[in-house]
Write a protein of this length. Structure first.
Length: 305
């Protein structure tokens, strides 16, 4: 069953059509990433899904309700973690969570939420004393305190150092294990690669690609790049005949682009074994999610959202 279903969604600001007839679905229990450059229409789309902005055309269902009319019935089942937010700085972590939990009919126990986001040692600390990473964890806790079925995460790790980002990824993974549906917006392609079951890329108000991170833009079926260092004394002319692609020198390595990497590896490794030598730095790579993202978005004219 779809937690979110969007069909033909459109939104215009005067002469500018920011969202131009997009379609996508998010399954229950799925982490879905909405990607795109600034001005692509992400913010407008998410605000429509959250019920904070009206659409001009199309159909939208969030947890079976129209967010334009869902009201309290919908908002009690949705958690929202904004890119930045302000809190009651003089309250403690526990106090602010108990305050916000009181807005919901069946909140998650405060202590359980605090432990879930890793703020156990800071439960009695005033919010103004928290570090940036700890405040971001509190933002997430506030999104979870109502025990939502669906969680919107807007750029959840912006400004984090690599270690803090990894810890946040682990936390988001734990939410998936609780059966939560997550809609994630992020500019970090490695974040989408690691967290999302599926992604959609928006550019100039349209969905230009959608699928799993590994298959987006055909990256799982496109050309592979095989690279290695030639054994000492060997030249390109010594490489085996019949390679499915043309090897080319690049700095201290040889690169071979091919749609048949299995055949190429078989020939290359057999050749090296026959010579009794290693192919140092041997690697097989395909275009990264970032490569595909940049290719799909670079040709689009930006809109403003």
């Amino acid at each position: 069953m779809a937690a979110i279903r969007v069909t033909g969604l459109r939104k215009r600001y005067g002469e500018l059509e920011a969202v131009r007839g997009i379609d996508f679905e998010v399954a229950e229990g799925e982490c879905f990433a909405l990607l795109g450059p600034n001005g692509a229409g992400k913010t407008t789309t998410v605000e429509i899904l959250e019920g904070y902005r009206d659409r001009d055309a199309g159909e939208v269902q969030v947890l079976g309700l129209d967010p334009q009319r869902g009201g309290r019935d919908l908002r009690e089942r949705v958690g929202i973690v904004l890119q930045s937010s302000g809190h009651f700085r003089e309250l403690t972590v526990r106090e602010v969570l108990e305050l916000f939990g009181g807005y919901y009919p069946a909140p998650r126990p405060t202590g359980e939420v605090i432990d879930l986001v890793g703020l156990g040692e800071k439960a009695g600390a005033r919010i103004k004393t928290l570090s940036g990473g700890q405040q971001r964890r509190l933002d997430l806790a506030l999104g979870l305190v109502g025990d939502p079925d669906l969680l919107f995460l807007d750029e959840p790790t912006t400004g984090f150092d690599p270690s803090a980002r990894r810890r946040s990824w682990e936390l988001i993974e734990s939410l998936r294990e609780l059966g939560k549906t997550i809609l994630l917006t992020t500019h970090y392609m490695d974040e989408a690669q690691n967290l999302a079951d599926r992604v959609a890329i928006l550019a100039a108000g349209r969905v230009v690609a959608a699928g799993t991170p590994d298959s987006l833009g055909g990256r799982d079926e496109g050309e592979a790049m095989i690279s290695f260092r030639l054994p000492a004394g060997a030249t390109l002319a010594d490489l085996p005949a019949g390679l499915p692609g043309r090897p080319a020198p690049r700095e201290d390595r040889v690169e071979l682009r091919t749609t048949e990497p299995t055949m190429a590896l078989n020939l290359l490794t057999g050749w090296a074994l026959h010579r009794g030598e290693e192919l140092d730095a041997l690697a097989v790579t395909r275009p990264s999610l970032e490569d595909v993202y940049l290719q799909l978005t670079s040709a689009q004219e930006p809109a403003h959202a």
